[in-house]
Write a protein that binds this ligand. Structure first.
Ligand code: SAJ
Length: 431
């Protein structure tokens, strides 16, 4: 019986390689629709935690995980033998950038190799990991072909960008259209069939390269527009204008405008990284994507701009940054998440420390950070801590913090996220 009929009668088994913030929610979605899933992860700790019904992913409640396992729909494996038992294999492994800003595809190569070793005739392989245009065709395809297998006869191959937005309760896997590009037409059709089990809308594009490029456009669009408003923040500061007022008034335009907001920089695992995948690829083709470079430079200048603003505020009261006590509020890369990867707050703390300020931080979601080998713990947000700071710098606007009270108690506040919108006090300054 082929994949399509096994999907129709729910006897298909889906294999998911990489059980992180993309792979685990994806696995649960297939289970929710009655399909059996074998999840594979190289981390035996992760697999052991999942087997104990412990979820380490924000959007996967432990109860759902336990239910899926009790119903025999989900199993977690750190060994790859069960790959041969799967009808479709979806690779959701991390694709970090090396220090040299080159894409590190080692996880993709290793996952594709694990599949190739156990590939069964007729299996469909889908790559979801964000990568440069051509990676699926140039890296994954040859590994699966392995010099003897033929695409479309022995196996099928597609690319489909992940569009998971952790913590987003409005858009989840089901109601976010899924872009799919096949290495050949049969692969595109089959991958579309697999995703139609769990998403309302599948968007088929002409090739894997197109599908890879869609993701890079999405996230380059975001990085460039954030850079635009970050530059506007620097312009408005010099003009003595309130960039937040300007953006909110511009956002009243019901067409042709989409608000983005300035901040101390950009963080996370997508926006800082994904556009660099494109610049790297284009470098190999002797083309310089200037917009993407410029956006990265402007976004990257925001931690310094933030520190300069704090220094300016202290300077007005004849205080030097050197020796001043700065309390940073919020180090996660975006509100209400514990993820502080690439967070610009870390760059701001680093720069303040280099200027010999005495820096502490409070973040209810991030109990500890390590910076240049120095470990810091989140300090208690007491009235005393706020009052004794020479400046409180709000870098991430988590919920459940009484920012009005902070501005009443603090000597000086620098709000880089406009969480004090509507408050006006002499000691309050905004980006
Ligand atoms: N940021 C700003 N100003 C903005 C928006 C974001 O400074 O107007 C900053 C955030 O503070 C953060 C960084 O940019 O430091 C990235 O923020 P993000 O909202 O883009 O969040 P991410 O990194 O979780 O991006 C994900 C992406 N999702 C996928 O790649 C599947 C992105 O495509 C989504 O558009 C984004 O979530 C989203 O919309 O939330």
């Amino acid at each position: 019986m082929n994949l399509e009929s096994r999907l129709k009668n729910k006897t298909a088994r889906i294999g998911i390689l990489g059980l992180g913030y993309v792979g685990l929610p994806l696995a649960m979605e297939f289970c929710r629709k009655g399909l059996r899933v074998t999840g594979f992860d190289v981390s035996s700790e992760r697999v052991a935690a999942l087997r104990r019904g412990k979820s380490y992913v924000l959007d996967v409640p432990p109860l759902e995980l336990k239910k899926a396992m009790a119903a025999g729909l989900f199993e977690a494996q750190s060994r790859f033998d069960r790959i041969a038992a799967c009808d479709a294999l979806i690779i959701c492994v991390q694709t970090p950038l090396r220090k040299s800003k080159e894409p590190d595809v080692s996880n993709i190569v290793s996952a594709a190799g694990s599949v190739a070793k156990r590939l069964k005739k007729g299996q469909l392989v889908i790559l979801e990991s964000t990568t440069f245009p051509g990676a699926t065709d140039e890296i994954v395809l040859p590994i699966l072909q392995n010099g003897k297998r033929k695409l479309g006869r022995d196996f099928y191959l597609a690319f489909s960008p992940e569009r998971v937005d952790p913590g987003n309760h409005r858009f989840g896997i089901t109601n976010t259209p899924k872009v799919v590009g096949g290495a050949d037409r049969a692969s595109a059709r089959l991958a579309g069939e697999v995703y139609s089990q769990i998403v309302d809308e599948v968007v088929l594009v002409s090739s894997t390269r197109s599908a890879e490029m869609v993701k890079l456009l999405e996230n380059s669009f975001r990085s460039i527009n954030i850079a635009l408003v970050n530059e506007m923040a620097q312009i408005c500061h010099r003009l003595g204008l309130d960039v937040w007022e300007i953006i909110s008034a511009a956002a009243t335009k019901p067409f042709g405008f989409m608000p983005f907001y300035p901040g101390p920089g950009i963080g996370g695992h997508c926006i800082p990284k994904d556009p660099q995948l494109l610049t790297w690829k284009m470098k190999t083709l002797n083309f310089e994507p200037r917009f993407i470079h410029l956006a990265s430079a402007i976004n990257g200048s925001m931690p310094r701009f933030t520190v300069d603003r704090i220094a300016e505020i202290l300077n007005r009261d004849h205080k030097a940054l050197n020796g001043s006590r700065i309390l940073v509020l919020g180090v996660a890369y975006k509100p209400n998440t514990s993820d502080f990867r690439e967070s610009p707050a870390l760059d701001v703390i680093q720069l303040l420390t280099e200027a010999k300020a005495q820096v502490t931080y409070h973040d209810p979601f991030v109990p500890r950070i390590a910076l240049d080998g120095r470990r810091m713990g989140s300090s208690k947000l007491t009235a005393e801590a706020v009052k004794s700071a020479d400046c409180v710098a709000i870098l991430t606007g988590h919920r459940d913090i009484d920012y009005a009270k902070i501005t009443r108690l603090a000597r000086r506040v620098f709000d880089a996220r406009n969480v004090t919108e509507g408050l006006t006090r002499r000691n309050l300054h905004r980006l």
